[in-house]
Ligand binder design. Sequence first.
Ligand code: FMN
Length: 395
Amino acid sequence: MALSFVTSGQSHGPGIVAILSGLPAGLRPDRERLQRDLARRQAGYGRSPRQAIETDEATILGGMRHGRTLGGPLSLIVKNRDHENWGAAQSAWPVTEEELAEVHARRTRVVTVPRPGHADLSGVMKYELPDVRDVLERASARETSARVAVGAFCKDLLDTVGISVHGHVVRVGSVETPRRDDITAREFREMGERQVGCLDADTDAKMVEEIEAAKKAQDTLGGIVEVRAFGCPPGLGSYASEDWRLDARIAGAAVGIQAMKAVEIGDGWDNARLRGSAVHDELRYADGYKRDTNRAGGLEGGMTNGEPVIVRIAMKPLPTLMKPLKTATLDTHEPAEALVERSDTTAIYAAAVVAEAVIAFELARAAHEKFGGDAIGDFIAAHAHYLDRIPWSPA
Ligand SMILES: Cc1cc2nc3c(=O)[nH]c(=O)nc-3n(C[C@H](O)[C@H](O)[C@H](O)COP(=O)(O)O)c2cc1C
């Protein structure tokens, strides 16, 4: 059974649900990691006060017993604690006339001023919805809480075959950390507390200043996150069909995250300016095939090539501004100011955690396609057999 997932739920509804299908039976998920990843998604300098209201927790609804997966779809819910403050405004079923009048009387419960840069305007047109809130409740990145939970289970699966996935922030606005090719998995594991999620502590401190300045100006910031995966054997994904290509899947998953607008694999943008001799990573043989450089970012021919997978993703500045941009109302089409709602100055730290999760899913899916197995032991045995067969060993 192929690994797949779906999420459901709105930002201020009862919760965000995820159903992850295809995990082998017998996997022992790491409960602490699940909790830690959900907490990391809420962390980071520049987040809105909402993150303090919600302490996310995933409740498992099905697919596990006594700490082991059972082979069936795994379902979970991350409850929205803010839901209780919304009453009739978030009722799934029709509400009374009086309740509706109350909903309309409360500022921002019904939204008629679409925000530039958000899903608001095209969303109401596409789905013939009367209220921007019908759009933004689902377009909101609150949904990523469930994707992060899915990613945590995928990391558990990848752990069993020695693959780890780590995200960090490499740029916020104009502050960028120097590019390094020699980062190890250990550095990520030992990273310690960071306010913005940058591996380099000095740059992290400069990023805080950049965010503080944007916040004072009632503005928002984007940035770049980088995800590195270590321990991937050559041959996850395939060149054989365009939708089997792991680079394509990873790029799709990356821009499938709200606000992500560009993806770079390895030194993709720089490589486009150079000659082939300065780009392609030369091969040598020493107890297995090796490369001394990794400009390809671990992906060649739509497959992992045995080097660390390196993906950079650019996030645009968030569209909800405390000093609102110009818009026009949905009802009268008069000029107006866009919706101002509690919002982040930047969510770049969270973006790194979400990026880590969606790439973990894509790697887990590709690994499960390669090694198969309804039971975790079969998956691990197939991986071991493959490593015995190929001239490659993990660094
Ligand atoms: C983790 C995360 C948190 C976000 N928080 C906000 C926010 O507080 N305010 C906001 O306007 N946009 C936020 N966004 C971005 C919007 O969800 C996104 O810009 C919007 O859905 C429109 O989609 P698009 O930018 O992909 O075109 C966030 C995105 C992510 C990944």
